[in-house]
Design a protein around this ligand. Sequence first.
Ligand code: ADP
Ligand code: ASP
Ligand code: MG
Length: 443
Amino acid sequence: MIVMKFGGSSLANADKIRTVIDLVRRELDRYPAVVVSAHGGTTDKLLFAARAALSGKVDVSAVEKFHLDLARSLGVDPSPIAPMIEQLSKILQGVSLVDELSPRTLDHIMSFGERLSAMMVASAMNAAGLPATSLNSFEIGLRTDSHHGHASPLSDIDADIAAAVRAARGVAVITGFLGRDPKGNITTLGRSGSDFSASIVGAALQATEIQIWTDVNGVMTADPSIDSRAENLPVLSFTEASELAYYGAEVLHPSTLVPALRKGIPVRVLNTTKPQDPGTLIVHSPVLTQRMAKSVVYKEDVVLIHIASPRLMSAARLLSSSIERLATHGVGVHLAATSEATVSMVTDRSYSPEVLESVLEDLGRLGNVTAETGKAIVCVVGAEMQGKAGTAGRILATLGDAGITARMISQSASEINIALVIDGTEISRAVCALHGLLLCNRE
Ligand code: ADP
Ligand code: ASP
Ligand code: MG
């Protein structure tokens, strides 16, 4: 079997969905299981509706209209849409009445995007003569922990998922992004989490390949929406791809490679608008290019936190205590640096403002805390950098020539990435400058 995951951009309208159906039909002899995101823009619409409910305005019309119009354009039965929209509306009314939007409720609200999409895509397949069944991942055993907004799958879920997918009539069209926690609540795997779902399902099925279908030519040397010179990367290692995803390459959710790597399943990132192109194949061992590195990525909206110890605590204890405190709030650290009396750490803003506030309050018990928001990480990734002296110097000089000062720099022991913290307003200039360095630089 193979897994084919289609992102929101590839499911944004009826024509794109017809293309997706053709792509699935072409692969029928490899027994595809399909994982879908919400139709492009839907998750953002649901988030907007949830926040509006909190300020007293319950309005499902944008979500309802989009799905009814889509069903009409696809020529499928629209009747399953109404009950789902009614459920959504009731939950939003609840939010409005109690004036509270918990992460648990937000996950429930966002789940409607993928549920509507799986239902719509399976109906469109059936209407096109391709037998299909929609499956809610949270009903077929995709169990997770209770970290609403960024849940992780539990172990021992493979057998249930595989049994349900294999028992489905025709092509299984499975909701991405969603799971269920031990209390029975719907959880989400983090924004862009359907990539991760595809890999979880692929690992459960022992698939021979996991295909991530998107709107660009695979993983590229830079985000093509920032620098149009970006080129396709034909091959990446699991480690390189994980680093790229971790440091912001939106094309893959950061955890996507974990289940695939566990089962040694190759992952291919492909373009729905150019299906004949080979895309990017992600495999076990790195393949070196003639360039200095493979890609430059960025992560927007990170926070740089400094904790100055009142000299009572060693830098090592200050660092471990700070990371421990962040972990108790479920907040991860992307980069860290220490000096004798200060620890600096970078975290992102995917957590709610309330979480960040309580993290800062908690860290304040360890020392003097300052937080700088509106920062960004740019990161150069590639196994080519291993054992090469002078790479960091060239990167810093390139940024310097572009008038950009790095506030913090970090290179992991694996030497396949160099990450720098810059001001958020400098992302485009930094990416273009470093990308220019990669493109012109042949070792
Ligand atoms: P989908 O809807 O298929 O999940 P996403 O929007 O999540 O697609 O991811 C695809 C987008 O990722 C592209 O449109 C591109 O702008 C962005 N992107 C960022 N960095 C990269 C990169 N290094 N290679 C390719 N795409 C990238
Ligand atoms: N629909 C979710 C999002 O927009 C998950 C995904 O698209 O992968 O983040
Ligand atoms: Mg995505």
